[in-house]
Ligand binder design. Sequence first.
Ligand code: NAD
Ligand code: WQD
Length: 348
Amino acid sequence: MSDSSSLGCILVAGGAGYIGSHTVVCLLEAGYEVVVVDNLSNSSKVALDRVEQITGKSVTFYKADLCDDGALEPIFEAHTFEAAIHFAGLKSVSESVADPIHYYRTNIVSSLNLVTTMAKHGCKKLVFSSSATVYGDPQYLPIDEAHPLAIDTDSPYGATKLMIERILQDVHRSDPEWKIIMLRYFNPTGAHESGLIGEDPVGPPANLLPFVCQVAVGRREKLMVFGSDYPTDDGSGKRDFIHVVDLSDAHVAAVKALPNVSIEAVNVGTGKSTSVLELHAAMEAVVGKPIPYEMAARRPGDICECYASCGKAKEVLGGWEAKFGISDICESAWRWQSQNPQGYADQA
Ligand code: NAD
Ligand code: WQD
């Protein structure tokens, strides 16, 4: 139950994960109480212990699978939630191509169960983790929220984000009491400045920065740079890398903005794009030694470049904008990786 000094209690589904754990820190620091529900399928309870260490505040944790019918019921009976943030789900593009049923089931069923239970208990304020992947190969840059959606996306992962956005639009249309912000993240990277929490992928990282970090720390031999012939200045792909702490702050801003919205899709990026080779060079500067790499063929399905138009975020999220740049991202990611070479397994 929320006490009178708190801003209220926020349910964070998937809150033990990479972005969720950083967001829990920001929520606690902003004065919210937090209840995390996570099945730990891609995360460690240690992350939440570290969150408590960083903030000096406690987090209520339930290990539960959102896909299990009724799993959320006792949690909603025990707490009154101001709003929910829905991070829970699977996020690998390549895994989703290999096992689409698992991806559709996990991402769609978990979302349906969450909104069903929320509606039943009269909690109708939701922030949802969407992705810039919904835009597909950009038709123009920067990408604004009016950019067409890639309804013919090749990736089941991307399709789940599109479907959940559609489901939420329909839920809102059926009951306008719902207040929903769908945040479309660009490329989340970096770690909390303490080095206590960060990205800890299971198996070989699919994403660029964790791979670079694992090469730098000696867990992997070299980085393969996918693509040297893109029409960019250095031939490598370009992305809008957003610091996970900026992204987490955007969630707190979204929770605060919810009472004044109906349903909105909002880009969360920096508005700048950085090439793979530039990011690699920035990490080398931080680490202070060469990070071996080799140029390789393009990765199937990759786009050349994307970066966000950030005007709507500033407007909807009460003036929010990204504060951190590439060197902050690299410094924080390296602090996390060098202090925890094996990720949370170092402590678990
Ligand atoms: P993550 O895997 O670290 O976090 C997701 C969390 O959800 C994990 O802790 C996992 O254990 C939990 N989870 C998965 N299935 C669950 C279930 N059925 N029941 C309960 N918990 C479950 O991923 P992340 O990088 O923190 O991403 C969070 C969200 O943001 C995801 O929805 C992802 O699709 C989305 N997103 C991520 C990125 C990115 O590059 N990291 C980009 C855009 C969008
Ligand atoms: C960035 C760049 C790669 C790894 C993915 C998802 C997207 C979103 C964020 C969830 C590209 C290159 C990468 C490597 C490389 N996730 N690269 N060597 O592909 O922009 O986005 O994560 O919603 O949906 O598609 O991110 O970090 O995988 O790649 O050269 O070992 O780094 O080719 O140009 P991406 P990424």
